[in-house]
Design a protein around this ligand. Structure first.
Ligand code: 6PG
Length: 241
């Protein structure tokens, strides 16, 4: 496992453009090897910008969107049509604008589709077992000002789950309170983990995540490592490094 790499960018626009280029290249390379890459999407504001940029570039790229499998690092356990859904945001900003194969868009079940977040987590884990390659080609993650990533929050019992790939999370400090998250077990099976962070509000959490000393309980992002781990930052998010 290699050390984390930090890529700094002047501002959020340059950051988003660079991540979009790198992601398209990575998907093209996987498809050239004959693979249908598993890509993990994230929620959050910078991800939405990234999705829009990918949709803008789609006509000029040689990515075959029907041969990409889409997953999420986490999902908010709310109704399917809620604006809070990460999947809804990704559909609106990217997936509705490119020719995806709907059978390869693996949403976490919503609160009006299953009875409880536990059931949604089990269904999502079953989908990963049945349809996933077992390894995310790229898993994209945001980081919260408290150091959370996906729905792994500081001090939360979900941090300690080792025997499942997805877990129900209740009492999330970031609304909404009920969520489903990949566990570290699943996230750490990624070929590449890309943390994407923009803005001063992320600077301290980014610095804690990358510091030589610290705990996963305090800064959950420290618990995630891909075979390759890249921190894509704008200058504001990198300002405490
Ligand atoms: C979510 C997330 C969460 C998010 C970070 C960063 O669904 O809430 O996936 O982990 O990525 O909180 O979000 P922002 O980019 O909006 O700050």
């Amino acid at each position: 496992m290699s050390a984390a790499e930090v890529r700094r960018h002047d501002d959020a626009d340059v950051l988003v453009g660079d991540v979009a280029s790198a992601l398209l290249e990575r998907i093209e390379a996987a498809q050239a090897r004959g693979e249908t890459p598993d890509i993990g999407l994230t929620g959050g504001s910078i991800a939405e910008e990234l999705h829009r940029e990918l949709a803008r570039r789609a006509p000029d790229s040689s990515v075959d969107w029907s041969r990409v499998a889409f997953w999420w690092g986490d999902e908010r356990f709310v109704a399917a049509d809620s604006p809070d859904r990460n999947a809804g945001q990704a559909r609106e900003s990217l997936l509705d604008h490119v020719a995806v194969d709907p059978a390869r868009v693996h949403e976490v079940p919503a609160s009006d589709q299953v009875a409880a977040a536990e059931e949604a987590a089990e269904a999502y884990a079953a989908a990963l077992r049945e349809h996933g390659s077992g390894t995310f080609e790229v898993l994209m993650l945001g980081i919260g000002p408290d150091g959370h990533c996906a729905s792994m929050f500081p001090g939360h019992p979900a941090l300690d789950v080792r025997d499942a790939v997805a877990v129900a999370v209740h009492d999330s400090p970031k609304p909404p309170p009920d969520r489903v998250s990949l566990t570290f077990e699943a996230m750490n099976r990624s070929r590449a983990v890309w943390f994407i962070a923009s803005g001063e509000g992320k600077a301290e959490a980014v610095a804690r995540a990358l510091a030589p000393e610290g705990t996963v309980a305090e800064t959950p992002a420290r618990g995630v490592r891909g075979a390759e781990t890249v921190w894509w930052l704008d200058e504001a998010a990198a300002s405490a490094l």
